[in-house]
Design a protein around this ligand. Sequence first.
Ligand SMILES: Cc1cc2nc3c(=O)[nH]c(=O)nc-3n(C[C@H](O)[C@H](O)[C@H](O)COP(=O)(O)OP(=O)(O)OC[C@H]3O[C@@H](n4cnc5c(N)ncnc54)[C@H](O)[C@@H]3O)c2cc1C
Length: 357
Amino acid sequence: MAKRIIVVGSGIIGASIAWHLAKAGAEVTVIEAGEPGGLATRTSWAWINASWGNPEPYFRLRERSMLEWRKVDRDVPGLSVNWCGGLIWDLPPRELDAFAAAHAQWGYGIRRAGRDDILRIEPNLKQVPDYAYHVAEEGMIEPLAAAQAMLAGAQAHGAQVLGHTHVKWLVEEGSRVAGVMTNEGAIHADETVVAAGGGSQQLLDSAGVTLKLTTPPGLLSHSKPAGELLRGLIMTPGLHVRQTAEGRLVAGTDFAGADPMGKAQEMAQDLHAKVQAMVKGAEAVELDFHTTGYRPTPADGFSAVGRPQDRGGLYAAVTHSGVTLAPAIGLFASAELLDGERDPLLAPYHPDRPSLK
Ligand SMILES: Cc1cc2nc3c(=O)[nH]c(=O)nc-3n(C[C@H](O)[C@H](O)[C@H](O)COP(=O)(O)OP(=O)(O)OC[C@H]3O[C@@H](n4cnc5c(N)ncnc54)[C@H](O)[C@@H]3O)c2cc1C
């Protein structure tokens, strides 16, 4: 008989887990407090990468997820990854070179690009550094649409998606978690996956599980749609900018955005002015709106994926860089839940590690 599995949360992590589980034959119910598609997810900059401040094991996990994105891109109807590549020069030269050398040694497709090369890749840049690094294999998605496509893909494999249904607590039977209590009543299952982003801590706590999270805010500015001005992702000191499928220039002080500290409109205007100073053709493009998202981030900054306290019936999947990591986490969580096999790449990221207590 198919395993009955509840996934709490329908952001990019819950959606990916649901899609992988449903495709593998599980009977899946996704439960979402708001509109399906997530909270952090819809406000993400959505850069798919294995760049930036990695220890090697975290790099390996992200690199694997980039590969898994290629499969998800092919297999999920209506999902489209833009494998546009990224240009990066957001560190002082010595640190930038050291970062690039370490990643190149690990096998990342990162290569040095001089001024002519940079302008060949991005002809509309107005401020061109002497050199940058380019990673052709990086990509971007429209995160809400991608999560919704995965949910639709899960539904095509028989999953149910319950929107506007709030999970109040995890239901316990002895030492097992046996399902959830929602505002509509109890729902029972063989396994309950907590993929509730910033809401995960509170839910796990209801079953006596501690998982320390932070949710730092990140502001991004969004321009009105324009014709093609940028081809890929641009990471410069104090400005990360990309152009969405709809043509909007979306920018942050870095990909994760900064704390608006009560000055969101002013910060968005500053960011947009930086975009206009950087991109030829953006001078006439107006700022449209800004978003502030809250990044679910386990306290030590790395993913938390697995069975907390080895509890029967319970699984947790909470992470920063969730847009990059969703396909690998979906695949690995599905294999662990259905076959009891834990992928070695998850070894450092068990939710019980002391730094999350
Ligand atoms: C500004 C910003 C920029 C970012 N940039 C990048 C980037 O460039 N690359 C990258 O890889 N990552 C990036 N991230 C991180 C990435 O977006 C997140 O890691 C990812 O979206 C997390 O997805 P999630 O599904 O865990 O959470 P969410 O999208 O927040 O989804 C969790 C869902 O759970 C639901 N929920 C919570 N509690 C309950 C409950 N009790 N009952 C029912 N439902 C519940 C919520 O309503 C929500 O819909 C960025 C994040 C932000 C905010």
